[in-house]
Design a protein. Structure first.
Length: 225
């Protein structure tokens, strides 16, 4: 099987989307699904689906497709969500509190098990039953609660120091919501989640919509040939 650290980020993203659609197919009672059906649901191609899945072994049969439950289990194993993950949130402001309260995380096997902040007025308070710890207890709490992943929601000026502390404490993956890039050691996975960048990408895509509609309408304003 392909090593987890050699899987391109774009492939990981598509695998997550495949899993969402497989969950939906299972809820509808579907027993099998084709690469074309998966591709159509996600706006991709059947060839891309087959290429992505072939990285990890042989799935499905020609002319039959994939067994939904078998493929769900395989994709969950590839993504690592066939087990529960203990997650920390560093920075318990408005965004940090919202993430700590997000009910979708436990449903996908991610448990927010630790919260950290530097504000004396915040340390010692509770969010969804989890006590906010001081940053000087980070290494201790990470080890005690087997924290492997963290979400970073601190101001830009504090982001690098917080990322350094998480890496030194043994955290293996960081989702960075801070509005600045941070550096981490090679043994730590880092994903940026700057919401303003995502909105900029969305606004860029939205600007293309009127032009695309105009092109479809043709010179006389009609859609199609």
């Amino acid at each position: 099987m392909t090593r987890a650290d050699s899987i391109p980020k774009a492939t990981c993203l598509r695998l997550s989307l495949y899993l969402r659609h497989l969950d939906h197919a299972a809820a509808q009672g579907l027993g099998t699904i084709s690469s074309a059906q998966l591709a159509a649901a996600l706006g991709g191609t059947a060839a891309q689906v087959r290429k992505d899945l072939s990285r990890f072994g042989q799935f499905g049969r020609p002319g039959v497709g994939y067994q939904v439950e078998d493929l769900r289990r395989a994709v969950r194993r590839i993504l690592g969500v066939d087990r529960r993950w203990q997650v920390a949130v560093v920075g318990v402001g408005n965004l940090g509190r919202a993430l700590a309260r997000h009910q979708g995380f436990p449903q996908r096997n991610f448990d927010v098990a630790a919260l950290f902040d530097v504000d004396p007025g915040t340390v010692g308070t509770f969010v969804e039953g989890v006590e906010v710890s001081a940053m000087d207890r980070l290494r201790e709490v990470v080890a005690e609660r087997n924290i492997r992943l963290a979400m970073l929601t601190v101001p830009a000026e504090a982001a690098q120091a917080a990322a350094d502390a998480l890496a030194k404490a043994g955290v293996e993956g960081i989702l960075n919501f801070a509005p600045i890039s941070v550096r981490v050691p090679s043994g730590v996975a880092l994903y940026p989640a700057d919401l303003t960048v995502l909105l900029e990408q969305l606004s860029c895509a939205a600007r293309c919509v009127p032009a695309a509609r105009a092109a479809e309408a043709g010179p006389e304003g009609r859609i199609g040939p």
